[in-house]
Design a protein around this ligand. Structure first.
Ligand code: NAG
Ligand code: NAG
Ligand code: NAG
Length: 147
């Protein structure tokens, strides 16, 4: 009986480990704009890497990346906001019609240890029902780190 319990709990832990969140990417983009119209942050348990790019004018707006340290405690807070990765993977994407009327798109990608990145795209300044605080926190981090 004890052996069985140990096997069961070992399996449970293995599953949870495979689903552990390793990084986030959150960005926004506008197709009809001039300049750095695509801005994103990659966040893992030790750093933030910002990205700025233009899809139309690479000569005047070459892609820029900047790296900053990030506290693992702050990363863990983001992980807690996701709660269950299974619940995240059930979100239908895209939500609405991102950037269809030049009003911009936002996206959040979550990467796990099993390397199945799951991304949700939504209309800029809108939210993802059930993940409102995550959306707001990642948006605030984008504004903090992208200059
Ligand atoms: C975060 O990403 C950077 C760049 O890819 C990498 O060097 C670093 O090891 C990563 N940190 C963790 C905790 O995964
Ligand atoms: C690229 O950007 C510069 C500066 O904003 C602008 O003068 C130029 O016309 C742009 N080129 C194209 C192909 O959009
Ligand atoms: C929508 O989001 C964009 C990019 O984050 C921002 O520049 C703009 O001010 C926002 N619009 C509103 C109405 O909040």
């Amino acid at each position: 009986m004890l052996t069985l319990l140990l096997i069961v709990s070992a399996l449970t832990i293995a599953t949870i480990q495979g689903e552990s969140i390793t990084s986030f990417e959150a960005g926004t983009g506008f197709s009809s704009c001039v300049g750095y119209c695509y801005q994103s942050v990659y966040i893992n348990a030790s750093m933030v890497i910002t990205g700025k790019s233009s899809k139309t004018n690479l000569t005047d707006y070459p892609e820029i990346h900047e790296a900053y340290p990030f506290a693992s405690s702050q990363f863990n807070e983001l992980v807690e906001l996701v709660g269950s990765i299974q619940r995240w993977k059930k979100v239908d994407t895209p939500i609405g019609c991102p950037d269809c009327y030049n009003q911009g798109a936002e996206w959040i990608y979550i990467d796990t240890e099993d390397q199945s990145i799951y991304g949700v795209q939504f209309e800029a300044n809108s939210t993802i029902v059930g993940f409102e605080t995550l959306v707001e926190s990642l948006r605030a981090l984008r504004q903090t780190f992208i200059h």
